[in-house]
Design a protein. Structure first.
Length: 208
């Protein structure tokens, strides 16, 4: 089984102080949209945040809210907390600023992780690894803890210490999976692009 994790920390300075997880897209907050998608394949869902009260009114009671063991250390701290507290061996971890998280992509990543007997399966999209839409085995927690103790906080540092399996664009596209799952929104300009893209989608109610 797979645990789904949303990293909802950070100071959101590049978004002008607005919490990215709570931005509205189509009448839902981003985090509600992510939970709805991830719950289709994940029997356990976790939100990692150091501000739990902000999310209690937003997420369902079935979603676990946890905090970092190492506060203020960025995504690596959240990854460590999630891998340490998950009830399942494999964990699909996403950033809270990703509007198009893909259960189909996560399914392929899990398949490749298990086939390769790897520690992590990471999308390689547009020439870059995407460690915040990846599937990790819980045994990566030990290496994450070691990095944090060394005050080395880059997520890419974790990928250098574990057995990673990259999954490339063409592999997702071969399964009919849109690689826009890798889109994230760190700035108001990037968020505006997402809103514009949503408005340009065809109206499925036409012709009824």
């Amino acid at each position: 089984m797979l645990t789904g994790v949303i990293l909802a920390g950070g100071e959101n300075r590049r978004m002008g102080g607005k919490h990215k997880a709570l931005l509205d897209l189509g009448g839902q907050t981003l985090i509600e949209r992510q939970i709805a998608a991830m719950s289709t394949i994940c029997p356990e869902l976790i939100v990692v945040t150091n501000d739990p009260k902000r999310f209690l009114p937003v997420v369902d009671r079935s979603v676990r809210i946890i905090t970092d063991f190492y506060p203020g250390k960025g995504p690596l701290g959240g990854i460590h907390a999630a891998l340490s507290l998950t009830r399942n061996d494999n964990v699909w971890i996403v950033g809270c600023d990703m509007p198009y998280v893909s259960p189909d992509a996560a399914g392929l990543l899990l398949e490749r992780l298990q086939l390769a007997e790897a520690d992590a399966a990471i999308p390689h999209v547009d020439g870059r690894l995407q460690p915040l839409h990846a599937v990790y085995n819980r045994r990566c927690a030990e290496q994450a803890a070691a990095l944090l103790a060394e005050e080395a906080y880059r997520v890419t540092g974790l990928l250098e210490r574990v057995r990673g399996e990259p999954v490339h664009d063409f592999e997702f596209e071969g399964r009919g999976i849109d690689t826009k799952f890798a889109v994230n929104t760190n700035t108001p300009e990037e968020w505006s692009e997402v809103l514009l893209s949503e408005r340009s989608l065809p109206d499925t109610n036409n012709g009824r």
